[in-house]
Design a protein around this ligand. Structure first.
Ligand code: FAD
Ligand code: NAP
Length: 338
């Protein structure tokens, strides 16, 4: 077991924050994870589990142990009349898994094409895009309990999935290391093209007979046209969650801001696009030094080169208070802050 010391995390987070990890260990099997879990460094220092580093803002050196999950493997476990059950190692790239499904014609993840990060992090915030959430195709996951190092299985109802939420961000925070996820994919696709931009992209592509491959292509087209590529401009995707407000507040806001758009949620609330609120508050394209707000999507905070995590965090504080002053809505961060 080789634990490295004083490792720069710059290559391991998509914001490109250059902070040091006191200890660093990459594991690619469940046994290796259990071995590091039994080590003194694991017991005596704070531990940070790292996937692709695409949903975190590192604000300072990490005086503890960073463990990077690199467990590989995609395996068809079984099938029934309607589904394929596919087990995927937590260290597999999410998009690589989507491409695998597209090639095999396994339906359900096509709307989630091109999301950065690893499969093991996908249940953390129940990743979602274009009207589909990971929970829609989730069957179960395996995770190591950091207290006793036992491998346990979580099924859908155990995970308490919500909008960019799961039990792993709440009552089980820092308690489990996810080692694999098993997905239940559809043999017959259920096409979801209800997000306006997808319909538009499909029209532009002049698609006659719709397929999951076309949907993925449309999604990739849209994403490439408006989201910054982390290899070029540091970012972690949407920095804030879309707030949900009650209908009374929505109706009263509509009187002052007739262009405000709201989407009814299952819980009877109205979801507002956080990007729109931030843009209306004047932040789109804002830049202070190398910390900024993307010029095509205000919801994405960016590192133009040498911004520090603290600078991006302070920008996020300023955005929260200015949106609150203008709309009376409090934004919550989606990105994990360390
Ligand atoms: P990391 O950033 O490495 O980790 C995120 C959190 O999960 C951390 O708290 C970490 O400790 C924990 N964690 C990671 N792996 C494990 C594990 N195996 N076990 C236990 N804990 C773990 N998200 C969406 O939901 N929808 C989108 O459409 C989307 N688009 C994005 C676009 C861009 C350009 C970028 C940069 C990000 C986007 N994201 C999106 C956010 C991000 O890609 C996802 O949240 C992704 O699932 C994070 O995966 P990761 O492996 O990089 O996680
Ligand atoms: P968009 O299409 O410009 O829409 C803005 C917001 O309005 C989205 O956040 C979306 O909420 C909501 N919305 C739009 N159409 C909707 C509909 N028909 N029903 C319900 N809600 C609707 O958004 P975008 O920024 O280009 O992102 C497109 C998709 O990719 C979104 O689903 C977004 O969540 C996802 N994405 C996520 C991240 C991330 O880091 N989390 C980064 C980039 C893109 P929802 O966000 O709830 O879908």
């Amino acid at each position: 077991m080789q634990i490295q010391e004083n490792i720069s995390l710059k290559p391991y987070n998509t914001f490109g924050m250059d902070v040091l990890a006191r200890y660093f260990y990459a594991f690619s099997t469940v046994d290796q994870m259990q071995e590091i879990g039994a080590s003194d460094s694991f017991k005596h220092y704070p531990v940070l589990v790292l996937g692709g580093g695409s949903n975190m803002l590192l604000t300072t050196n990490f005086d503890g142990l960073v463990i990077k999950n690199e467990i590989p493997g995609i395996e068809l476990l079984s099938e029934d009349a309607n589904h394929y059950f596919v087990k995927v190692g937590a260290g597999v790239d999410w998009h690589e898994f989507v491409l695998y499904c597209l090639e095999k014609n396994y339906a359900g993840v096509e709307n989630l094409a091109l999301i950065p990060g690893k499969v093991g992090a996908s249940p953390m915030q129940n990743i979602g895009a274009y009207g589909v959430e990971m929970k829609d195709v989730f069957h179960s996951l395996e995770a190591i309990n950091v207290d006793d190092l036992n491998l346990v299985t979580f099924y859908n109802s155990d995970c308490e999935f919500g909008y960019r939420e799961s039990v792993f961000k709440n009552k089980c925070k820092n308690q489990f290391v996810i080692t694999s996820v098993t997905f239940r994919l559809n043999k017959v696709p259920i096409f979801k093209t209800g997000y306006g931009a997808i319909e538009y992209a499909l029209q532009e592509m002049k698609v006659d007979t719709l397929s999951i491959q076309h949907i993925a292509q449309a999604v990739m087209r849209i994403r490439n046209s408006k989201l910054p590529n982390p290899n070029v401009i540091g970012n972690a995707g949407s920095f804030f969650k879309n707030p949900e407000i009650d209908t009374i507040q929505f109706e009263s806001l509509k009187k002052y801001f007739p262009n405000i758009n709201g989407y009814p949620t299952d819980s009877g609330k109205i979801k507002i696009a956080a990007g729109w609120l931030i843009e209306q508050a004047g932040w789109k394209g804002y830049r202070n030094g190398d910390a900024g707000c993307h010029d095509k999507q205000a919801l994405v905070l960016v590192n133009h080169g040498n911004a520090t995590g603290i600078e991006v965090f302070e920008l996020s504080e300023n955005i929260i208070s200015s949106v609150h002053d203008k709309f009376g809505i409090f934004l919550h961060r989606e990105v994990n802050i360390y």
